[in-house]
Ligand binder design. Structure first.
Ligand SMILES: [Zn+2]
Ligand SMILES: [Zn+2]
Length: 188
């Protein structure tokens, strides 16, 4: 996922990337929940241009994951779509204090700031691989759900409440009254 700074103009240039196997295995190493769940290749479509000395990048990451619903435990496909933006300033003579950031700048021509939307570049070749992995982590659902209103498994009888109803809820709803009835009965 390389961007060549010397080819960029003042007007946006479009690029598309499909994640390589190497990128994917590194992503799976860093984000264990991706292992075995990437159902479609991760794709990136972006536009990049120069803004004075800076490089301005705007794009979207897409893909799909096969995940297990956290409520009903069914496997389902989660489409991924994460827009992103990145402004890179020339690093110039700046050397990042963090060794990891300094390494990234030397090896990949890019290091990111504390905020994901900002960073520095060096040289003419920017490898966006690490940045795109960060974007992917943002795209992952916090709570995997097969659908927004998944009713989940009944905690009492274990039935999937999306497909077959059970009357546990109804009985529980009755129970406060049942207790009340019992109390009343005791008073009498
Ligand atoms: Zn579900
Ligand atoms: Zn039930």
């Amino acid at each position: 996922m390389k961007l060549y700074v010397d080819r960029l103009k003042d007007s946006p240039t479009g690029c598309e990337f499909e994640a390589s196997d190497a990128w994917r295995s590194e992503a799976e190493e860093l984000i264990p929940e991706l292992r075995g769940s990437l159902a479609e290749p991760i794709r990136v479509a972006l536009h990049a241009h120069r803004m004075g000395q800076d490089v301005y990048i705007e794009g979207v990451l897409t893909g799909a994951l096969d995940l297990e619903c956290s409520r009903c435990l069914v496997r389902y496909r989660e489409p991924l779509r994460e827009p992103f933006r990145l402004v890179l300033e020339p690093a110039g003579t700046r050397v990042p204090a963090e060794p990891e950031a300094a390494r990234a700048l030397a090896r990949h021509g890019i290091c990111l700031g504390d905020e994901l939307e900002m960073g520095w570049f060096q040289g003419y070749e920017i490898d966006l691989g690490d940045f795109i992995r960060e974007v992917l982590t943002l795209a992952l659902p916090v709570q995997p759900l097969c659908r927004e209103d998944c009713r989940g498994l009944c905690p009492h009888c274990g039935v999937d409440r999306n497909t077959s109803p059970c009357d546990c809820d109804e009985q529980r709803a009755k129970s406060p009254f049942a207790k009340l009835e019992a109390l009343k009965g005791r008073d009498r």
